[in-house]
Design a protein. Sequence first.
Length: 346
Amino acid sequence: MGSTEDLEYPQIIVQYSNGFLVSKVMFTACELGIFDLLLESGKPLSSDAIAACLGASTMGMKRLLDACVGLKLLAVEMTQEEALYRNTEISNVYLTKSSPKSQYHIMMYYSNTVYLCWQYLADAVREGRNQYERAFGVSSRDPFGAMYRSDEEMLKFMAGQNSVWSICGRDVLAAFDLSPFTQIYDLGGGGGALAQECVSLYPNSTVTIYDLPKVVRMAKEKFVSPEEHQISFHEGDFFSDSIPEAELYILSKILHDWDDDKCKQLLAKVYKACKPGGGVLVVESLLNEDKSGPAETQLYSMNMLVQTEGKERTAAEYIKLLEAAGFGVIQVKRTGKLYDAVLGRK
């Protein structure tokens, strides 16, 4: 065998090593408002003009803009006098705040919150628990107490989740024909983006968002207008409080927050409350059955380690949890996007 010195430094190692740098360039450009400024300007701008508008150094801004060009988040046009920068279609659609499909808020949540937990990934692996105590000095025993440790943090999280459903919500809700279900409870529905997609796709349905009182208050103030008559709210903790009767319960990115025992406890309560013939729609990112991928889902599972008590699971593992609660006729649909759908019937 040849020595390691004979091996060419593999490109994949370079890419993975630079992953942190890539994401921070994108997060920083979002945070500074570069994409918003270029959208609002309606024309390409020079680095000096962008720096002046955003109160940044000309040298630092030029380097950041060029890095964004390299990442295909910006395009550059060279004139005789200067370089002029403009948004690409991707940045216009996904990185500007005003776009209906904006991912700005989830970017900011990752940049300012998730990354701080990930600094302690090695500790999470050693200890098998989330890292809120090290990252923020708050108790890690109640993950959502830590996650919602202030109104500002709660708002960031809710806005981030809403941005995810702006691009994934319709896919998971259309994976099955949910039109027979007119009375729907969205358990842990947060800012209401999935509920809004649901009543848009199924206009004969009504959706009740069941969430903690402070989350409901924030949703009413910031995200769901009183004019949206098909959406209502129910305040409570679905682990300790009763769950009202409904035809369909949506659990979107809920079960992955908890261990198997907590999931079984919640699903048993849902089954008991569910009307005969009703069901539960579980929306999660599914691992391959051999857990070989997808890579995104494996990374989400690592994030569950540093932030929650849960993990990502395979379709078979979710089916087992649903069957243990009493649900039958369980169907699985992979959407080809970030999140998939599992439907269990009572």
